[in-house]
Design a protein around this ligand. Structure first.
Ligand code: KG4
Ligand code: ZN
Length: 336
């Protein structure tokens, strides 16, 4: 019998439940993305937590039925402990603790960032345990040396906005709506990425930290300086030029870190890992250097519960169960 983990993820605006076998085989991966936030231009924490409360039960039932298992078959219940929105985290974590208490099944409180890294182990079970990960999402931008599951060195991170936040804010500014990363990605295919030379803050700083607020401000100033007609005519060029600058910074730093560490494999994780131009540009640069490049499928890049189940599986087999008293931590860091 394989070891089955139930994963629960409610750290932001996705209610997700999954069943994963042996930490590497996804039996079900149900994700409800809350559409309620779009009209507000960003996630409203109170609405998000209320929606998690009503959705988590039905989604849990669906995840079990799609995996064709019952709670009795589950060996471990894993839920996101942090980082994330406190009210949202509490819903999934308490649901998992309740299930664990009622069923006597083991419980694992999982770091969401470790979940994003585990998405690559889930997608590529043969992945070199020692690799470099570029973890890029709406809340985080980190370059991490993964020495093995649970063993990380954070090489650098953003000093201000996360790269996904910059994508979302630029999308909102130019009227593409929220969340805007995927919309910028799609529209950029119709634009000229060299049309406007936006700055690349810290691209040559020599360290592995990032900064995206200056780039975001440069786009906002450019937008203010042109007429309504020019905005309409050059929208695709503007977003393509912004995306090119953001992706250029990410690719340069990642390649420099891979060369410094002399790793053989680089992985992407987090929602921005879905970006097609980043995959293309970084892929070319790494291929030229003979470095392997991996990125999970789209549904494993953005927030999901299969990655939490995988991380919970590896964590449990490394350090055992978490205490049922373990609480959520909205600002949990990697390596803590
Ligand atoms: O990992 P994720 O689902 O949630 C967080 O933990 O933040 O990432 C969501 C972020 C959003 O900022 C969204 O705009 C961005 O990922 N995103 C993208 C793309 N798809 C999603 N950014 C750029 N290009 C994309 N194709
Ligand atoms: Zn995430």
């Amino acid at each position: 019998m394989s070891f089955l983990t139930l994963g629960i993820e409610t750290s932001c605006d996705e209610t997700a439940v999954a069943v994963v076998a042996e930490g590497t085989k996804t039996l079900s991966n149900i994700i409800l993305s809350q559409a309620e936030h779009a009209i507000f231009g960003g996630v409203v924490p109170e609405i998000a937590s209320r929606k998690h409360v009503s959705a988590v039960g039905p989604i849990y039932k669906r995840a079990l039925s799609e995996a064709n298992v019952s709670l009795a078959d589950i060996d471990l219940i894993a839920a996101t402990k942090g980082p994330g929105l406190i009210g949202c985290l509490l819903v999934g974590l308490n649901f998992a603790r309740g299930l664990s208490l009622a069923s006597g099944k083991a419980f694992a409180a999982v770091n969401h960032l470790e979940g994003h890294i585990a998405a690559n182990f889930l997608a590529y079970p043969e992945l070199d345990p020692h690799h470099l990960t570029l973890l890029i999402s709406g809340g985080h931008t980190l370059l991490v040396e993964t020495k093995g599951f649970g063993n990380y060195v954070v090489l650098g991170q953003t000093r201000d906005d996360a790269v996904g936040e910059a994508f979302d804010k630029v999308a909102k500014l130019v009227g593409l709506g929220y969340p805007g990363g995927a919309k910028i990605d799609a529209l950029s295919k119709e634009g000229n990425p060299q049309a406007i030379k936006f700055p690349r803050p810290m691209a040559h700083s020599g360290d592995f930290d990032f900064s995206f607020s200056g780039l975001k401000t440069a786009v906002a100033l450019y937008w203010k300086s042109i007429t309504e007609e020019q905005r309409k005519a050059s929208l695709a060029d503007i977003v393509a030029s912004f995306q090119e600058a953001a992706v250029d910074i990410l690719a340069r730093k990642t390649v420099a870190a891979a060369e410094r560490l002399q790793v053989r494999s680089v992985t992407l994780s987090g929602g921005v890992a879905a970006n097609s131009r980043l995959r293309e540009l970084l892929g070319e640069k790494l291929e030229q250097r003979g470095i392997n490049f991996f990125y999970p499928s789209l549904n494993l890049c953005t927030d999901n519960a299969a990655m939490i189940a995988a991380a919970g599986h590896f964590q449990y087999h490394r350090i055992g169960s978490s205490a049922l008293s373990e609480d959520s931590d909205p600002s949990l860091r990697l390596g803590c």
